[in-house]
Design a protein around this ligand. Structure first.
Ligand SMILES: Cc1cc2nc3c(=O)[nH]c(=O)nc-3n(C[C@H](O)[C@H](O)[C@H](O)COP(=O)(O)OP(=O)(O)OC[C@H]3O[C@@H](n4cnc5c(N)ncnc54)[C@H](O)[C@@H]3O)c2cc1C
Ligand code: FES
Length: 276
């Protein structure tokens, strides 16, 4: 059957809501003008065009929906496309291509425990996995969420985190590297939370996303807990252009991050020098 969209042509979507998560990061809710669901899998990204400015990749932060054509991205202002996005008003049109890339194999995680390790903006794509699991809560075992941020001002999704922290079927532990006067919680990098968690390494899968410096230390902590490497998933961000495996912008040792990734099982990339 012929596909109803070209991978090269952006499809129109409309901004239906936006909410500042902190000084630099805003959450955007878009609706596809086609009325069809985005049909993404947790961990995938889309290419977003701001007309007249340019295109950039963003992880889909909302969980997949089959009954809804709305989806969310959360964007940090760093340059031309991201600043233009922040300037859009509700009702504005954008173009989207995708969803693209590999994703977290949710069926493999059914019946298993799960540890999320989210550093900074890494919480944005992990939120899609987490909320999928919370929506299908009976299908998964013990869930543990670790969140680390540089300072309290850079925390994101604070209201949602406060809400889900009250749940008895999810353990949430948060830390900041540098506290302010009001911060009452843990202080230290995200790996300082590992001694506080209780998990069974034989039944636990891990997903970790964060700044590049974080991965090596998180993987060391997972090894100390006895979690096998084939139970650890990471997501790698590289500069991207086409998102289709054509331009070579996102290559790591011969892997195209846009096609083969961004989500990798750690065993797929453990030996690749440039990867982590
Ligand atoms: C698969 C994938 C998923 C992503 N998901 C998100 C997301 O959910 N939320 C989000 O805010 N961002 C995300 N990003 C990063 C986002 O794509 C970039 O911030 C964006 O492309 C910057 O575009 P710009 O035109 O605003 O910046 P530009 O004007 O192109 O650049 C401005 C500055 O930002 C730096 N920069 C640009 N791209 C990156 C990058 N990828 N990493 C680090 N520095 C960069 C440039 O070096 C420059 O200093 C993701 C990137 C990838 C590859
Ligand atoms: S972004 Fe072009 S090959 Fe990956």
């Amino acid at each position: 059957m012929k596909s109803d969209f070209s991978p090269y042509v952006p499809r129109p979507a409309t901004l239906v809501a936006k909410k500042e998560l902190n000084e630099y990061v805003t959450l955007f809710e878009f609706a596809q003008d086609s009325g069809k669901p985005l049909a993404h899998r947790p961990g995938q990204f889309i290419q977003v065009s701001v007309y007249g400015v340019g295109e950039a990749p963003f992880s889909v932060s909302s969980p997949p929906r089959t009954d809804h054509h709305h989806f969310e991205i959360a964007v940090r202002r760093v340059g031309s496309v991201t600043n233009a996005l922040h300037g859009l008003e509700v009702g504005a049109k954008i173009g989207i291509r995708g969803p693209y890339g590999s994703y977290f194999p949710m069926q493999k995680f059914v019946g298993q425990d799960f540890l999320f390790v989210a550093g900074g903006l890494g919480y944005i794509p992990l939120r899609s996995v987490l909320h999928y699991m919370l929506r299908h809560r009976d299908e998964f075992g013990k869930l543990t969420l670790l969140v680390g941020t540089r300072n309290p001002g850079e925390r994101i999704f604070t209201d949602q985190l406060a809400e889900i922290s009250k749940r008895s079927d999810l353990d949430v532990l948060e830390t900041v590297d540098a506290p302010d006067e009001e911060w009452q919680g843990n202080v230290g990098v995200i790996t300082t939370l590992f001694p506080k968690i209780r998990i069974n390494p034989e039944t636990t899968y891990v997903a970790t996303i964060g700044p590049p410096v974080m991965y090596r230390f998180v993987i060391q902590e997972c090894s100390k807990l006895g979690i096998p490497q084939d139970r650890i998933y990471v997501s790698l961000e590289r500069r991207m252009k086409c998102g289709l495996g054509k331009c070579g912008h996102c290559q790591i040792n011969g892997l195209n991050c846009c096609l083969d990734g961004p989500v990798f099982c750690y065993t797929e990339i453990a030996g690749l020098g440039e990867a982590l």
